[in-house]
Design a protein around this ligand. Sequence first.
Ligand code: GTP
Length: 330
Amino acid sequence: MNEPIDVDILTGFLGSGKTSLIRRLVDGGALTETAILVNEMADLPVDRELINLSGAAASVVGDRCLCCVTDGNLRAAIVALIESKANGTVPPFRRILIETSGIADPTSLIATLSTDPILKARVRLGRVVTLVDLCHGSVTLDESAEAMSQLIAADIILLTKADLAEAGTAEQLADRIGAVNPIARTFAAGGLDPFDRSLLADQALPARAIRSFMAAPTTPGHNRIVASVLTAEAPVAWARLAAWLSLLLHRHGDAILRIKGSVGIEMDDGPVAVVVQSVRHVVHKPEHMPANGGAPQTALAVIARGLDHERLAASFRRHVTEEKVSKNAH
Ligand SMILES: Nc1nc2c(ncn2[C@@H]2O[C@H](COP(=O)(O)OP(=O)(O)OP(=O)(O)O)[C@@H](O)[C@H]2O)c(=O)[nH]1
């Protein structure tokens, strides 16, 4: 009989640094023999590309939040991975790492992993790691039931983006986190591998022991948080995109939780693909993607509360993609 495969869960609110952590761990060789299963709100090629840049075997379950469709999607994705391993179409692995979507309540994932009769025979729940962004953690915990559930479910909590946070924020958040989940260990992200099994070796009572007493998962629906994916046929001008982004965040910044995607940008010596990301009001440094032969594609996800896709798409077209009509044109 085959040993069950450990399934570790990496969770954390939108933009808290999950993909960045996976890339760092892959680069540092900490995720050998690990299959990575990424669940995103919107199915963007850039998620696959960012992780594949680090050379890991990754599979993306996009378009839906796994916690809302747990039984079917999660089971199907895990069973497919295990079957691919058995027939040699993916490299061998001993562990599966699930990166949840930023708004996932991991409670139902954990319940499915522990109780689904098909999965129970094949996998074993490993460690739950929750990232908390020091820039936005406090407001996120005020506003989001999912962020609270992510904290409660954690064995290990990592505080990210210390470089962007004001002095004292880490201590304040650590106090708040301790009141919500006193059993999890909280660390500064630094160069730590939160899945390193020696980290909790001295801990008598794993957080999992309290998870069985947790309340039922929160009702799916995510408080009107929706994702809209904007596309463009042709490469766009960086200046127009940057002006539109700044206008959008200025006008609707409180509603916009996350922008992420790859955009084809016109340059003098040909178009390039640039990864654009913002978390709430903070726009992160754009990252150039290596050319992969074809013309760079544009797919930009905007995740926001109460988003009107049609209005957003119209504004994107008007400010970014449509030819500008010259005032002097006849
Ligand atoms: N300055 C700084 N930026 C960071 C840090 N960690 C992540 N980022 C940036 O924050 C942005 C979001 O990081 P991701 O790793 O994509 O976050 P995520 O949790 O995977 O995002 P979602 O999948 O959308 O929930 C990216 O632009 C990262 O480069 C950090 O420690 N410091």
